[in-house]
Design a protein around this ligand. Structure first.
Ligand SMILES: Nc1ncnc2c1ncn2[C@@H]1O[C@H](COP(=O)(O)OP(=O)(O)O)[C@@H](O)[C@H]1O
Ligand SMILES: N[C@@H](CCC(=O)OP(=O)(O)O)C(=O)O
Length: 254
């Protein structure tokens, strides 16, 4: 049997909420449906944001503390709900899921790195789809709390995946010029990711934490590991299948 290709899919909060204030079960169904279609040829590992967005749906925390602690507390409330929703929906598509919470500091310790690789290999080899998020409770401000793009890239590099897909709320990276005239035009393919930095604006979407710059920083990690990265529009239905069939514009960093 031919070895399956491995895809690390990073899904941002805006994709998961479809830019509303609520998590979209329809979007998680769309992801599950695509994985079910592709699972004969590809194995998936997901890095999913959304814990804070889910919690915000039904909780308003009172606190005099720094807003980072409030976000960390919201993530702690939202994460089990997020995973429950993934589990319920993926199960209905015949897919098994698990949860892994990782911290940036885990990527600096050889033993932790090897434990991450070994655990994820056991999961994937047994047809479980690991759903990874940052361990937000212990995240520190200096390490830039809330940057799952980078977490996805570090995980992709550590696991040596074949493809890193970042699902966001734009058709990839637009040229700065086209954004200025309100006629967004996607940069379809680049080999030198450094060229992309000058195209990025500081804007972020409503639930977003990192913005496009953090995606480009993530690409610097995957590029070093020789992994191709695609930045695709997760708001569209069938966004992974469409990218494979080149039906929608997206940015490919080779
Ligand atoms: N050149 C660019 N092309 C596309 N989006 C850009 C660009 N520069 C900045 N952005 C912003 O980056 C946002 C995506 O990042 P982010 O808000 O962090 O989303 P996510 O939740 O998917 O991680 C876009 O919605 C847009 O506001
Ligand atoms: N770990 C946090 C999200 C952090 C994050 O990077 O969000 P995003 O910019 O939407 O990918 C959460 O689950 O809400």
């Amino acid at each position: 049997m031919q070895k399956k290709k491995r895809i690390l899919l990073k899904v941002g909060s805006n994709t998961l909420t479809k830019e509303t204030d609520n998590l979209s079960r329809g979007k998680i169904e769309d992801i599950a449906n695509q994985i079910a279609i592709l699972k004969k040829e590809y194995e998936f590992i997901i890095v999913s944001s959304g814990a804070i967005a889910v919690a915000k749906q039904f909780v308003k925390l009172e606190s005099q503390q720094d807003s980072v602690f409030v976000k960390q507390a919201l993530a702690s409330i939202g994460q089990p709900h997020l995973i429950r929703i993934y589990q319920e929906i993926f199960r209905s598509y015949g897919l098994l899921t698990s949860q892994c919470l990782l911290s940036y500091s885990d990527f600096e310790k050889e033993e932790s790195k090897s434990n991450i690789v070994n655990t994820i290999n056991v999961l994937v080899n047994n047809d479980y789809i690991p759903i990874i998020n940052e361990n937000d409770t212990v995240a520190t401000d200096e390490i830039k709390f809330g940057d799952n793009d980078k977490l996805g890239a570090l995980t992709a590099a550590l696991l040596g995946v074949d493809l890193f897909i970042i699902a966001t709320n734009t058709n990839g990276i637009y040229t700065r010029e086209s954004l200025a005239t309100n006629t967004p035009k996607t940069i379809e393919e680049v080999t030198d990711y450094k060229d992309l930095k000058q195209e990025v604006l500081p804007s972020k979407s409503s639930h977003g934490s990192g913005g496009m710059l953090s995606k480009i920083e993530a690409v610097s990690v995957t590029k070093k590991a020789n992994i191709e990265t695609w930045i695709v529009n997760g708001l569209e239905d069938h966004f992974i299948l469409n990218a494979f069939e080149n039906k929608v514009p997206f940015t490919k960093i080779k």
